[in-house]
Design a binder for this molecule. Structure first.
Ligand SMILES: Nc1ncnc2c1ncn2[C@@H]1O[C@H](COP(=O)(O)OP(=O)(O)OP(=O)(O)O)[C@@H](O)[C@H]1O
Ligand SMILES: [Mg+2]
Length: 578
């Protein structure tokens, strides 16, 4: 995982090297300054040599400024390197996700992908920044401070050695326990993110069902859990501080007692003892820092794994080498097709589908909810791949066709269709970015959208809010149909795309299709039989199997399911009219 993440440092390698290099300078200054202090006390202050004090003091001042400069430079480079890494990771993840098939997206869920792109990348960024600074600073400082202590007075420095195993044990305990808490904490963060996202995206539904108190309670419960876990984790993290303080004071007392004797006996100078005290603090501080950084790394390992999972995910639908870049015509053949979602290939939602559709035909698909109507048509533009059998478009297996070519020729209005924030004109040009204004207006006329767009003050420059919330359901559907038409596809698929459109407009759209795009193969999934009654062919689906194909009259005469649906709707239709 580290290798994989490390490869995304990319163009920020220099910064990644410079940050610890400058840190080396800062540590050198930090360690040398107390050393000079011992000279200042021993040879200057104690001997009353004011000149010497000024000279050494001046040198110490210069070193302080240098230390500050090195420290800042290290900080700047670490910041550049870590934000750079985060940028590269986000970019790579976003690119990978864009290549995902519907199946890949099903596997992760959109909200988890969002958490991975944001929170997880932030965690890795923070811990990387800490790592390249502190993982260099702390051990170096500890080693230098220890060496200098031995140079000053080996016997007193030995006392440090006693404290090291105690600190190491405390550290190991903290890191081991912290891992557990942080893992739980991130899982809760995931829940919180999911909940907030779901709530905000569906705030209208929440309000319509007066679910605010319930949602608030749910949010509070997760927040409480997070507070609880954070408190436990924080308590653990601050544990080394009192232990360290105790040890530092222990060293100072022991060194003070022993050192005092050495000084009285003339074996040691006063300045050396005060400097030793400073080194004692530095050694313990370094230990603390190492603990903190290791805790951060532990925290970010989980995030790193989640990022690598996305980066390593292979798109399940890719282009073959030498893919065919031409779709001959709008004919479609389903040849003994089986399909199952996910890895369980036995849970078939489509079974042995056999269907031939000629170019230019209009085909209606009827069937109860969950009868796999949407699943069936999603195989045509290869949004999913078949589990068994094959789907041919224009006589070629869709898996041999170039995906762009295929999807340019097969235009599909998805059941859960969305508009994006931007003007109507911009939204329409998703279908064809080079379309002229006239072409856009023509497509909108065909989809019966022009009539309401022209009543808007700004007409085609009207701004569509995120998710198309400022147009009605039926208006949104008509705009989505117009957008699909702009592709001038050989095959047009409407998945329940006129469900919110009134019957008269629905009929007008079908009439326009018949007159204006007679050569386009049209597949219309509908709940209302009236939407497909005039089709060349109607396919009746039941539990993932085709149970009838034919024209309206023949089906009505011979197919029980079709007849029942038709009769029940006619009754409903009468009620509507009344
Ligand atoms: N992304 C998915 N992952 C797993 N199972 C799915 C997925 N989409 C649909 N299914 C399942 O496949 C079956 C067929 O669903 P499909 O959406 O094709 O039905 P439909 O006929 O279009 O229904 P509706 O009329 O409600 O749109 C259902 O049992 C559904 O639970
Ligand atoms: Mg459906």
């Amino acid at each position: 995982m580290r290798k994989k993440l490390g490869s995304y440092i990319g163009e920020y390698k220099i910064n990644t090297i410079l940050a610890p290099a400058f840190m080396l300078g800062e540590v050198a200054m930090d360690v040398l300054i107390p050393y000079l202090m011992s000279f200042l006390i021993n040879n200057g202050l104690q001997k009353g040599n004011f000149d010497y004090v000024l000279r050494v003091g001046g040198l110490m001042l210069i070193m302080t400024v240098l230390g500050l400069t090195f420290g800042s430079l290290s900080g700047v480079h670490a910041a550049i390197a870590s934000t750079g890494l985060a940028k590269n990771l986000r970019k790579a993840m976003f690119f990978t996700i864009q290549r995902f098939s519907f199946e890949n997206i099903d596997r992760f869920s959109s909200s988890s992908l969002i958490t991975r792109l944001t929170t997880d990348v932030n965690n890795v960024q923070n811990s990387f920044q800490m790592m390249i600074r502190m993982l260099v600073r702390a051990p170096l400082m500890m080693i230098f401070a220890l060496i200098m202590s031995f140079v000053l007075n080996a016997r007193l420095a030995c006392i440090f050695l006693v404290t090291i195993p105690i600190m190491a044990m405390v550290m190991a305990f903290v890191i081991f326990r912290a891992h557990k808490y942080f893992k739980q904490m991130f899982e809760e963060y995931d829940h919180l993110n999911n909940d907030v996202q779901e709530n905000l995206l569906n705030i209208r539904t929440v309000k319509a069902y007066v679910r605010e108190p319930h949602e608030i309670k749910k949010f509070e419960a997760i927040s409480e859990k997070l507070v609880h876990l954070s408190k436990a984790a924080e308590k653990l993290i601050i544990l080394p501080t009192p232990v360290m303080t105790m040890l530092v004071f222990g060293i100072i007392i022991a060194d003070g007692l022993l050192g005092g004797r050495f000084i009285v006996a003339g074996q040691m100078k006063l300045g050396d003892l005060t400097t030793l005290f400073t080194y004692a603090v530095q050694v313990m501080m370094s230990f603390m820092m190492i603990t903190m950084v290791l805790v951060m790394i532990v925290m970010s390992v989980a995030s790193g794994e989640r990022i690598v999972e996305v980066l390593n995910e292979e798109p399940t639908i890719t282009n073959k080498e030498k893919a065919i870049t031409e779709v001959k015509d709008g004919s479609i053949v389903f040849d003994h097709v089986d399909f199952a979602y996910g890895s369980d290939k036995d849970k078939k939602v489509l079974t042995d589908i056999q269907l031939t559709i000629e170019a230019g035909e209009t085909v209606g698909i009827i069937g109860g909810t969950g009868s796999s109507k949407s699943t069936l048509v999603q195989l045509i533009p290869r949004l999913y791949d078949v589990t068994a059998g094959r789907v041919l478009v224009g006589g070629t297996d869709v898996r041999d066709l170039d995906i762009h070519t295929l999807r340019d020729n097969v235009s599909m209005v998805l059941q859960k269709n969305e508009l994006f924030s931007g003007t109507i004109m911009k939204n329409m040009r998703w279908g064809d970015e080079h379309a002229t204004d006239e072409e856009v207006i023509k497509a909108c006329k065909l989809a019966q959208a022009d009539e309401f767009v022209s009543t808007f003050d700004k007409q085609y420059e009207t701004y569509i809010e995120q998710g198309g919330n400022n147009v009605s359901g039926g208006q949104k559907q008509r705009l989505c149909i117009a957008r699909a038409l702009l592709k001038k596809p050989k095959i047009l698929i409407l998945d329940d795309s006129t469900s919110a459109v009134d019957m008269r407009t629905d009929a007008l759209i079908r009439e326009a299709f018949a007159n204006e795009i007679p050569n386009t193969t049209k597949i219309i999934i509908a709940q209302r039989i009236s939407s497909v009654q005039d089709a060349d062919k109607i396919v009746v689906l039941d539990e993932g199997r085709i149970v009838g194909v034919g024209k309206h009259d023949a089906l009505y005469a011979n197919n029980r399911i079709y007849r029942e649906v038709y009769d029940s709707q006619m009754k409903g239709g009468d009620d509507d009219a009344a």
